[in-house]
Design a protein around this ligand. Sequence first.
Ligand code: SAH
Length: 356
Amino acid sequence: MENAANKTELAGMTREELTGWIIAQGLPSFRGRQIFEWIHRGVDFDGMTNLPAAMREKLKETAVAQSVEIRLQRISALDGTVKFLFALRDGNCVEGVLMHYKYGVSLCISTQVGCRMGCRFCASTLEGLVRNLTAGEMLGEILAANRYLSQGKEQKPEKVSHVVLMGSGEPLDNYDEVVRFLHLLREEEGIRISLRNVSLSTCGIVPRMYDFARENLPVTLCVSLHAPNDEIRRKTMPVANRWSIREIMEACRNYIRETGRRVIFEYALSEGVNAGEKDAAELAELLRGMQCHVNLIPLNVVRERNLKGVSEETVREFMQTLEEKHISVTRRREMGDDIEGACGQLRRKTIRENNP
Ligand code: SAH
């Protein structure tokens, strides 16, 4: 039986690296370029029509072109949001969410199978970290979504134009592969997604935030803050025991200085934890004068967790307090509420159903 795991994953290579690999296989270098272009168009070996059939068969024995397949998809009847369960070659699964906006098509991708950050409100971390995704797999999530978008469309299918690293996993805990992936997005003749259309969300791994600022990539940094002070933050986020909010704020200011981009703070409201008027006022004070934006999210209640959500009124009041204090704030649109849209929930559900 063939062992897919031992094959070389081509999707994670730059055009130059792939060309080098092709030459090492004893093939002419222009084949590397052709294969690179096919891969970034989401095409597997069988569809690489400008390659001789025998060459394709030979390559299939040692390499993998497309690393990700769609195992399951659910389309929201409410807003057309699509939730994917992506299958990786080793049998693991991760989730992605495709959202249609006026400005384009946005895909939320996963960066790890599971997560080791242990946030108490999050479904992705319930079984801890299984493994890091490779850069090729992160790209593969986008390519799989693009294949989905082109189904049945001969002419000019829509393509993913915006990417958010906000699915399962902590991107800065898989730093090297995430940075490699970001570089792949702007390779010539590749998928060509502008890094200005990319957001990366972190729970606040401070040293990596400094490293990331030094990469000088125009990516929007989002920070999962979820609390106005360390005491509250420690209740739901174990990572808060390692780095203080003060250290996170310094790292954010540094990111703003280095990249010129504003930072987005995510704040999931949970009744009795962080959603009071006093919390809003404290948050406003913390962020005063900073080039930032707050994204309020009514907590998505996860079955396995015992945290509560909030009422519409609580969200409104919290938002109003921030606005009165001149903090830029929006409420995140809840998309795909009927399709287990929140992180980790579809994978959890599939695990539950397969292990009754
Ligand atoms: N590890 C990264 C990115 C993945 S989580 C991070 O922590 O930012 C993406 C976002 O969803 C984070 O802001 C996370 O805190 C939030 N999130 C996780 N579970 C949630 C839930 N049940 N309800 C609302 N937001 C949640």
